[in-house]
Write a protein that binds this ligand. Sequence first.
Ligand code: GDP
Length: 467
Amino acid sequence: MRSPLSLESEPIAGLATPHGTSALAIIRLSGTGLRECLLPLLRRPDGRPASLSDFTPRILKRMDLVETHEYGHKPLDKAMLVFFPAPHSYTGEDLIELHCHGSPVVIQHVLTHLTELGIRPAKPGEFTRRACLNGKMDLTQAEALISLINAASLRGAREALRQMEGSLSQRVFKIRERVLKILAQMEATLDFADEVTDPLLPRILLMELSGVSEQLGELLRTSTLGTHFHDGFQLLIAGRPNVGKSSLFNRLLGRQRAIVSPLPGTTRDCIDSRMEIQGISVLLIDTAGLRDTSEVIELEGIKLTKERLTQADGVLLVLDPQQGATEDDLDLLRLLPPEQVIAVWNKMDLFDGSHAALQGWQGLPTVTISCLTGEGLDALLTAIAGLFLPMPVDGEGAVIMAARQKNALAQAVRSLAECESMIVHNQPLEVATLPLRAALEALGEMVGQITHEALLDQIFGTFCIGK
Ligand code: GDP
């Protein structure tokens, strides 16, 4: 569906690949009359000027790029050109890609020359904006594209890819349809106000509204996961001094990053490093060991650790099986929400006691490892992934990733609650339709659609006009 919003379609050009030296660089161009504007830049490989018949749709063609002046032309680059005619292109307009050599000097020169030919530089996001306005994708899909490009983890990228296929929009559309039906029911009652209204109607409406609110609430809750897909999870390694926190940090990273020492209290600062665990982006943080001390720098480190503990999404509480859990360990555990903690018994290579006694310590997920031999590390990685993603995100479960989507959803939830409260307090249905319309608008805004037209269709669709 084409948006009624005004659409600029003048030819634009932009570099689609990163700035800097590279093997290849792609200049993307889009707009009406693009081919005519571009002709002076193009020569066939045999030296003859290019013509409109050279723009064969979706076939990559060799072309020379030249700078044309009244006294002749100078070569700029040997390129490949591909033409996607409207409307079957990314933007829905005529779109051309020029695959050039990745010389920053040449690229800059070509872009400047394009301006002289009447093709202006594209503004940030302008190709995608045009794609949205031409109905090639909706706003959630455009945002998913941004999430895909900026994904901090493979899991985040996969989710973004699913949203580009419209999984989130479909889910919002389904919910919006339910809201439209409720509104249609209310509107129908208003239009036939002289007839006796079903006395059960308010109860029916409330039931339907609460069903929709539940679905929206569920979707809204996924935004926490969405933020993590984008920014990654913070995983803190905590425990008493010398239990092997820095060793575990290095083991998980696969390199020596933190200093490992038999002297207790070596790590006084928090050291962090980003890594990927089973497709999830994790910021791994090694901390100062927590113990009673009067040493000033160590105390400062302990203070910092406690601060970071409150921000962490997960904690690996490292324990020494030879010493068993101590009062210090229990003190530390009291600072943490148990659902965020994995108990990690390290130095199992030195332990000859009963393993069974270690399992399920304090009711926590428990893993036994040795940083020296590497034993148990795979199980630990699986436990970490399980901690962050307790439920697999399946086909139905779209995840909210953009702040704008979250705000629009939250607005819809608030408006629905307002509508429910009005019905509960026996306010006139006419008044109660207002927040419902606001909810629809918020949902429409979320997927970038205008709702009014759809509302009319819905009302007349459920309504017997011959009555
Ligand atoms: P932190 O103070 O908790 O960060 O502990 P470190 O990582 O600095 O380790 C303290 C000492 O324990 C060092 O001498 C390590 O080599 C040793 N260590 C760490 N993990 C293991 C393990 O799994 N087995 C054995 N035998 N020694 C370990």
